[in-house]
Design a protein around this ligand. Sequence first.
Ligand SMILES: NC(=O)C1=CN([C@@H]2O[C@H](COP(=O)(O)OP(=O)(O)OC[C@H]3O[C@@H](n4cnc5c(N)ncnc54)[C@H](O)[C@@H]3O)[C@@H](O)[C@H]2O)C=CC1
Ligand SMILES: O=P(O)(O)OC[C@H]1O[C@](O)(CO)[C@@H](O)[C@@H]1O
Length: 386
Amino acid sequence: MQAVHFGAGNIGRGFIGALLYQADYHTKFVDVNDRVIEELNNKQQYNVILAAENKEQLTVKNVSGLNSMQNPEAVVSAIEKADIVTTAVGPNVLPIIAELIAKGLRARLASNPTALNVIACENMVGGSTLLKEKVMDHVPADEQEKMAALFGFPDAAVDRIVPNQVNEDLLEVSVEPYYEWVVDRSMIRGEVPEIDGITFVEDLTPYIERKLFTVNTGHAVPAYIGHYMGYNTINEAMHDEKVLEILRGTLNESGEALIQTYGFDRGEHQTYINKIIGRFQNPYISDEVTRVGRGPIRKLGAKDRLIRPASVYLETTGKEPVFLAKTIAAALSYKNEEDAEAVELQEKVAQFGYEKALQDVSELETGSALVESVGKQLKEIEQLKG
Ligand SMILES: NC(=O)C1=CN([C@@H]2O[C@H](COP(=O)(O)OP(=O)(O)OC[C@H]3O[C@@H](n4cnc5c(N)ncnc54)[C@H](O)[C@@H]3O)[C@@H](O)[C@H]2O)C=CC1
Ligand SMILES: O=P(O)(O)OC[C@H]1O[C@](O)(CO)[C@@H](O)[C@@H]1O
């Protein structure tokens, strides 16, 4: 079995690549990082180490690399023959890889018109659906119907914390033991891929929202509040009782929004929250607040981990999302010269002020209750610095 995976980064190697190997796939990693591609081709294997006391190790074999900038034709040919295509490149990169995927799928339609599924494994709602839209922008109108009938773009939720790697071995990757990969079965074309570790569900929406608005909403607290208070790592921030209080408050609010929307059992949801807080406290993972907080404009998007649960909490309970608003205020204040979105956000704040900058990136109405709450919390969180 052949897999083509775009993005040989943390989640690509540390999660998707590992599960594909265990399911007997040969994985061709497609990336623009030539050092990683060269190393994959030289070694044809790499180690995944579990970040836990026993440091269990898996050697992922049957892998190779393709540089999509230098050898796009090889990527097209790999997609023609693939049994599955996956991505973990980041939401902003999906539109960039869409053209090459379109070329591969068009070539397959002409030479090997068999079903294929393309699964975007990104932290966002509707990642594969977005990728499909972007792919179709590069497909002539008269081919689109055939493509849609043969090629599925099932949406997915992926959950495993894989920090930036600081190992001597460029390919080695340290990952938390926990993982969850949920895929929308109703969007599959052809046979359902046999990959242990994937849970197929008929409606992904509750799963992706539960994950995004608990794991990622929660992680944003030690990232943005932690950074605001001067911490460098998630571990440091998670040792501060003030951070923990805001984290619990934030997850109670996003949890209430989820319970009101999907009718989740309150007790079970609390157990889910507690488990996730424990994952953030894993002493074997060293994760920087700047990695978890990367891309604050994306993270302050209307459908993303902060604004969406805060808006739903307000709508469904009529109450002010005090703790979510504190985290949004800290995200809005996030400064990092090495993060292009953080720089852009601070330029907007300097030019238009906090309120207008927030409205702009989060698509919120002027004078909306959430904008007002965040305004209040921008002042409240100042005391965290002292
Ligand atoms: N790291 C984590 O714990 C988790 C990450 N995710 C999601 O997985 C995705 C990837 O995240 P990470 O692996 O952490 O990031 P990463 O930065 O480690 O990996 C991204 C990879 O994509 C490659 N890339 C960039 N542009 C490309 C292009 N045009 N063509 C091919 N490859 C390209 C980069 O060179 C890099 O190797 C994101 O959407 C993230 O939200 C989801 C769950 C967990
Ligand atoms: O990958 P993103 O969307 O930039 O956000 C970082 C988040 O993703 C994760 O890497 C994995 O879910 C978390 O560690 C963190 O909450």
